[in-house]
Design a protein around this ligand. Structure first.
Ligand code: NAD
Length: 476
């Protein structure tokens, strides 16, 4: 179903994110017929280039990152692109940009620039009369560096726009599986009655990356895994797993429930957190060489045990971990159910736990481990088999048109649906929980534990679960 006609202005239209994700994503939506005839996309950035040069740049980017395509379709898409050189901090280019905007279509402004420019852009969009009360602004991460800066950013944005106009992106929320998680939880009778401390032993959330901090070293070293991943992405996944059923699948209904989860998080005891930093090996430099700071104590890995103080989850721990340079690239949530209270099959049959695994990448899908009898004449021996739901297998060719996170989220902006975007108070609550942890590390002069590149993180992270008689799932 095509969305309404729109003018989408991408500030930072020549940047890495725009070229790798936003524009190739828009092209895929164009290909699937979701973009109406009248839709137009205007790149706006500092580089002094003309429309033709921008179109050439994006043609190359889409050819590289947009997947297989028909050259004619690409020509048609490129024809929708325009460019204006604009300085976010100055007055140049704004009148020109304004003259390109049309009346009577959805107007959206994507801030794909560094966060230090968000305020200046918001102010000029209003000052030069490009935005009105119906316009939308899309804001990239990082949203603040701590509670104070996130608050300040919210204040600045709200001086110019209402909360209903502000779309704070967390692309994890745009993933198909993440929404499927809500469909599975709230569309079935099967899971929700068991979704609590009485039946769930613990929940694990893993976001493992194989990449190093390479090109982003300067930024990353000021941030670390806690700010870069936990405060936003892992926290959002935790919220969706742990929240109460919203009354409706509507923006504030869902976001109210997520906010309650963050507010119910207990402060974390520092014994329950392990920080790590990858070391050099024979062939590759370690973290400190990548960030060019031989004494850096920033973490490239963090694992922690959390508890949520409410009726549903009191007694069920949540274990989170994320890091760079790990054994495999894998993002998954595992809901590990408790043992059956009594085994009628005797000790030799073995005990097995049901685990619901929600996999975000690679190979988005869900698996439920169920216990069955081992086939054959060998008596009653139990084995685990997966009930598998891979989108590619289950949906066949339809699965190929599953939009990736950025595409979906941009279409949601045009539709005016904020359900999968973070509200200002949510972001602030997440920082309010994160800040004391980071302040504690600073105050104690905490030094992260070294770990080998290609491993599953520092030994202490394994111990974090081991001492509770539990075990991380393999990173595969
Ligand atoms: P980038 O450095 O590649 O691009 C920055 C863009 O901003 C360029 O188009 C540049 O011309 C423009 N710009 C800079 N100063 C300007 C000014 N004064 N006026 C107008 N335009 C100006 O950055 P990026 O990697 O594309 O990231 C953009 C934003 O997206 C950042 O907030 C970043 O944190 C966020 N982000 C990026 C990625 C990624 O994969 N690259 C992922 C998540 C979030």
């Amino acid at each position: 179903i095509p969305v309404d006609p729109f003018d989408l202005v991408i500030f930072g239209g020549t940047g890495d994110l725009a070229r790798r994700k936003i524009l190739p994503g828009l092209f895929r939506r164009f290909n699937s017929g979701q973009m109406p005839e009248e839709a137009r996309i205007i790149g706006a950035a500092r580089s002094d280039m003309d429309r033709q040069a921008f179109q050439n740049m994006i043609r190359e980017a889409v050819a590289e990152f947009g997947g297989p395509h028909d050259p004619e379709a690409l020509d048609e898409f490129i024809g929708r692109l325009d460019y204006v050189a604009v300085d976010a901090m100055g007055d140049g280019g704004w009148e020109d940009l304004k003259s390109k905007l049309r009346e009577g279509v959805v107007r959206a402004f994507y801030f794909s620039v560094g966060p230090s420019l968000f305020g200046a852009l918001a102010e000029r969009l209003r000052g030069f009369g490009l935005a009105d009360d119906d316009s939308r602004v899309v804001v990239e991460k990082p949203f603040g560096h701590d509670l104070a800066s996130a608050r300040a950013l919210n204040v600045t944005l709200r001086e110019h726009f209402h909360e209903e106009q502000i779309y704070r992106i967390d692309h994890y929320l745009g993933k198909e599986t993440v929404q499927n998680l809500m469909a599975v939880r709230f569309g079935n009778m099967l899971f929700e009655p068991l979704w609590n401390a009485q039946y769930v032993d613990h929940i694990q959330i893993t976001v493992a990356e194989t990449v190093d901090v390479g090109g982003r070293g300067g930024y990353y070293d000021k941030s670390g895994a806690m700010r870069d991943m936990v405060q936003n992405h892992l926290m959002q996944l935790l919220c969706l797993i742990a929240m109460e059923p919203p009354a409706r699948f509507e923006p504030d209904s869902v976001r109210d429930e997520k906010l309650k989860v963050i507010r119910a998080l207990d402060p974390v005891d520092y014994h329950q957190i392990v920080r790590g930093q990858y070391e050099a090996d024979d062939s590759q430099p370690g973290y400190r060489a990548h960030v060019d700071n031989p004494r850096s104590t920033t973490e490239s890995f963090v694992a922690m045990k959390l508890s949520i103080s409410n009726w549903r989850w009191a007694g069920t721990p949540f274990y989170l971990r994320t890091g760079k340079k790990l054994r495999a690239r894998a993002s998954e949530i595992a809901v590990v159910f408790k043992d059956a209270p009594h085994s009628i099959f005797g000790p030799e049959a073995g005990t097995h736990r049901n685990v619901l695994t929600i996999r975000l990448q690679p190979n988005e899908g869900m698996t439920l481990g169920v216990t069955i009898k081992e086939p054959g004449p060998g008596g009653m021996r139990l084995i685990d088999v997966p009930l598998d739901m891979s989108f590619a297998d289950a949906l066949g060719p339809d699965a190929e048109d599953v939009p990736d996170a950025y595409e979906r989220l941009i279409m949601d902006v045009i539709r005016g649906n904020q359900t999968l975007f973070m509200r200002g108070d949510e972001v602030e609550a997440a920082w309010a929980w994160t800040d004391p942890i980071i302040e504690g590390w600073t105050a104690r002069g905490d030094v992260p534990k070294p770990y080998d590149a290609g491993s599953s993180g520092p030994e202490d992270a394994l111990m974090l679960m081991h001492k509770d008689g539990r075990k991380w799932r393999d990173i595969r």
